[in-house]
Design a protein around this ligand. Structure first.
Ligand code: HEM
Ligand code: HEM
Ligand SMILES: [Fe+2]
Length: 474
């Protein structure tokens, strides 16, 4: 069905980008369905018990999340590469092969997750079934495959960069991709000591989402603003360099906020508290950047907004708000050790996790998919349709609703389970059975359904908006 998107108008490199986008959107759908199953299991613990366990639904939910985002990121890089460098990708044949190898590996890994739900934890389990590291659970064989595929991708992008125009956006992209890919290695080796294991695992998770991925979306926003509202490259790139400096400045040692309670030395309390508290600052800068450029371009055009891609712009503005709220505000809430000792591992964490991943990443990657569709159909201007509006409204409303519900559940856990009952095993279950918690879980599920309906509109829109825009043009 997704092949019905026409790609005749674009270059081979961009076509490869579109292939990644297609898989990304399918995995996004799978992610949401898994989330719904896990959410229902919160309310009816027997739902699909021993057929499709909560542990598996949750695992596929968050691994599909990470994988679809990586697909959409690679898609975005291939999509913008010819525009930025003025060249087609070097080693395109190899790039295509890597795409199919990766997609086949992802399919096998998911099937194994689904068919082998329980079993012993042996050395062979790590190699063939599951590595047991939240968010990056792929077994070792797939890890090695992923490294090979990423090396091919990096080779393609790097040599295209060397050959072509060297813009500021691409320079940041090249350096950042190296760090992003390199960090994956920190999650690949195994130690028997759980503290040490977690110590390295956080390098991947935290240094991805709070450093390298943030820089990555900074480059996407810069590229997209130039394309959509003709923002001035010098200004956009100046912002980008400032953001990079601040993101790495706070994000790297901000890692300390995950080292409070895992057996690492106590100096991490101060380091984590200080640097992670600074993390919202670059997020404010990114927020101001988008709105500033937008306002400035509107002014420059005699107050006639010249938006070349309505839905993409709407998603990018949502990204500016969502990144600031989900990562900046909801992250800051629980980042001090004095607070985190009460909130650690409650539904509050899940509230932040949802709004941050959605706000900072899902939004802008969906925006890039709209950029892809516009390019694929070769239309100059693409206005938001009814479906575009329903998609962005329902998805954003649904995720906000889930976040609020989970925040309430977390609040109840902090007060009852932690503060009042002292946080023991019994306290955990007592708190989970109280009405605030149960009602919050019901609301989360309802809002999850709203999100899913929004997703259906999104797919419908991505499949049809190109043809509609084309027909309006002639
Ligand atoms: C887009 C950026 C971000 C994303 C995607 C993100 C996502 C997440 C996720 C998914 C978790 C849960 C990890 C787990 O399963 O244990 C988490 C934990 C946490 N995040 Fe973020 N986060 C982001 C930015 C931030 C920022 C900027 C701050 C602070 C200012 C922050 C503070 C925290 C803290 C303190 C925890 C630990 C919660 C606990 O103790 O249970 N995050 N984050
Ligand atoms: C249909 C909508 C969704 C539903 C019903 C849903 C449901 C769930 C459930 C039940 C969990 C397990 C929570 C736990 O173990 O306590 C979970 C975890 C998670 N979901 Fe979702 N989800 C949905 C959409 C999303 C979206 C759109 C994103 C991000 C873009 C996302 C990101 C996450 C993350 C990062 C976690 C791990 C959180 C943590 O460990 O703190 N989910 N989700
Ligand atoms: Fe973090």
């Amino acid at each position: 069905m997704l092949t019905s998107i026409k790609t005749d108008n674009i270059s081979p490199t961009k076509k490869l980008g579109m292939m990644y986008f297609r898989v990304a959107i399918v995995l996004f759908g799978a992610q949401l369905l898994m989330g719904l199953i896990a959410a229902i299991q919160f309310i009816y613990p027997n739902f699909l018990f021993e057929i499709f366990d909560f542990s598996v639904a949750r695992m596929v939910h968050i691994n599909a999340l990470v994988v679809w985002m990586l697909y959409a990121m690679i898609g975005s890089v291939y999509y913008m590469l010819p525009d930025e460098t003025g060249e087609e990708a070097v080693g395109l044949g190899l790039g295509k092969l890597a795409f199919w190898v990766l997609t086949a590996a992802v399919a096998v890994v998911v099937l194994v997750f689904i068919f082998i739900q329980v079993g012993p934890g042996k050395e062979s389990t790590i190699w063939f079934i599951n590595e047991g590291r939240e968010y990056i659970e792929a077994p070792r064989w797939a890890d090695i495959g992923i490294v090979v595929v990423v090396l091919i991708f990096y080779y393609n992008v790097f040599f295209t960069f060397l050959k072509g125009r060297k813009t500021g956006i691409m320079t940041v992209m090249i350096a950042n991709l190296l760090a992003l890919a390199g960090l994956y290695l920190a999650g690949m080796f195994f130690t028997d000591n759980i503290s040490m294991d977690q110590y390295w695992w956080w390098w991947v998770i935290h240094l991805w989402v709070e450093a390298t991925w943030e820089v990555f979306v900074g480059t996407l926003a810069a590229y997209a603003l130039i394309k959509i509202i003709s923002a001035k490259r010098e200004i956009v790139e100046m912002w980008l360099w400032i953001e990079v400096l601040m993101l790495f400045g706070s994000g790297i040692l901000g890692l300390g906020h995950h080292y409070f309670w895992i057996g690492t030395p106590e100096y991490w309390w101060e380091i984590g508290a200080l640097f992670s508290s600074l993390e919202p600052v670059p997020l404010v800068a990114m927020f101001v950047h988008v709105l500033y450029d937008w306002g400035k371009e509107q002014g420059a055009n005699g107050n006639k907004p010249a938006i070349m891609n309505g839905p993409a712009m709407a998603w990018i503005v949502t990204n500016a708000f969502g990144n600031f709220l989900g990562a900046g505000i909801w992250g800051f809430f629980h980042t001090l050790p004095q607070v985190n000792i009460y909130t650690h591992g409650t539904q509050f964490t899940a509230a932040h996790g949802h709004l941050a991943f959605f706000g900072a990443y899902a939004t802008i990657l969906i925006g890039m998919m709209y950029m892809g569709v516009q390019g694929a159909y070769g239309v100059k201007q693409m206005k938001a349709t009814f479906n575009s509006k329903m998609a962005i409204f329902l998805i954003t409303f649904g995720v906000m609703g889930m976040t609020i519900a989970l925040t309430i559940a977390g609040y109840e856990q902090v007060l009852v389970e932690r503060a009042e009952l002292g946080g023991g095993w019994d306290a955990f279950f007592t708190a989970q059975n109280l009405p605030w918690y149960v009602q919050a879980q019901v609301w989360r599920t309802i809002m999850g359904i709203v999100t899913f309906i929004g997703f259906v509109y999104l797919v419908l829109d991505l499949l049809t908006i190109g043809t509609k825009a084309k027909s309006q043009e002639v």
